[in-house]
Design a protein around this ligand. Sequence first.
Ligand SMILES: Nc1ncnc2c1ncn2[C@@H]1O[C@H](COP(=O)(O)OP(=O)(O)OP(=O)(O)O)[C@@H](O)[C@H]1O
Ligand SMILES: [Mg+2]
Length: 358
Amino acid sequence: MASVSLRKLCKQFGSNTVLRDVDLEIADGEFVVMVGPSGCGKSTVLNCIAGLQEVTSGEVWIGGRLVNEVPPKDRDIAMVFQSYALFPNMDVRHNITFGMEMRKVPKPEQETRLAKVAQLLQITDLLDRRPAQLSGGQRQRVAMGRAMVREPAVFLFDEPLSNLDAKLRVQMRAELKALHQRLRQTVVYVTHDQVEAMTLADRIVVMNAGRVEQVGTPLQLYDRPVNQFVAGFIGSPAMNFIAGTVQRAGSDLQLVTREGARFPLPRVEASEGSQVTLGVRPEHLAPAEAGPVSLKVDIVEPTGDMTNLYGRVADELVCVCVHHRLAVTPGQTVMLQWPLEHVRVFDAQGRRLPVQGE
Ligand SMILES: Nc1ncnc2c1ncn2[C@@H]1O[C@H](COP(=O)(O)OP(=O)(O)OP(=O)(O)O)[C@@H](O)[C@H]1O
Ligand SMILES: [Mg+2]
């Protein structure tokens, strides 16, 4: 097992800078999940840790050893690629055992480990097939199996569950979590799935355009995002944002939109007339008998246990998400309670303004 440390990591492809001063300290045994929009540099970070891409500048440390000059095979890392990267001419069995053969693991030991991961990943009946004879989700599980039969210092997973159906995905997620709790290996895991990120991570790294925006526990990022980008990226459906200027009403603050709609703001350090954006999560809004805000409903989405309402509050698009069924129809107007303690405020540069006393 090993810690991983990235220091001032930069990566350029020609004139295109894709990683800018990435600093990240991952503790031994930690499960770190990286999230961010497509193209922000997540796979590039994994490739730099694995040594598959040379860094332009900065340092990669694994287990207290500077590995910039260490070839991939000597970094003691197992990686599951976004594109699976299976050997096309080998059957599933050999795809999984190949690495162990190379490292001269005794045959019976190979068989035991193979049987264990095959059962875990539900691919026992596929062992004699070649990758071309498998579905995307089956290939993905073989790629996972190949990494899991090794006992590396660090696991790198690049969207390993993205091609599985919903049920299998939930099962695999639970297996991964249980496996990590048992073995406590260091894991860096990339995903686009909010639930995966929130449930698997000890800490989440939010990346944007080659930079780290924030690193924190799932709940830290959810409750105390440092900026509007993180606030909008963590949580699904995404946080609602409404832009306007600050006005004082006695000792209270309000946000006034361009159209003149008013929304109560919590006590933040913001001067009268300054441009701010308020953020409130869909799950913190709910219909009420009376409330300061009314929503004109455009779309109703019942998901079974939840109901999502999409509509407009004074020309601003707003989503409301409640954990029960609602008898609301499109075109209807409902009053919303305004949960001031859950309202976040961001300045013109997108930084979150702390509430007084925070
Ligand atoms: N070998 C390469 N040569 C040139 N540009 C590259 C290369 N690999 C990646 N890039 C560019 O670097 C940027 C980051 O790519 P990367 O694959 O790390 O993104 P990502 O965050 O993993 O995205 P996704 O979520 O879509 O997988 C992208 O703009 C991509 O086009
Ligand atoms: Mg990627």
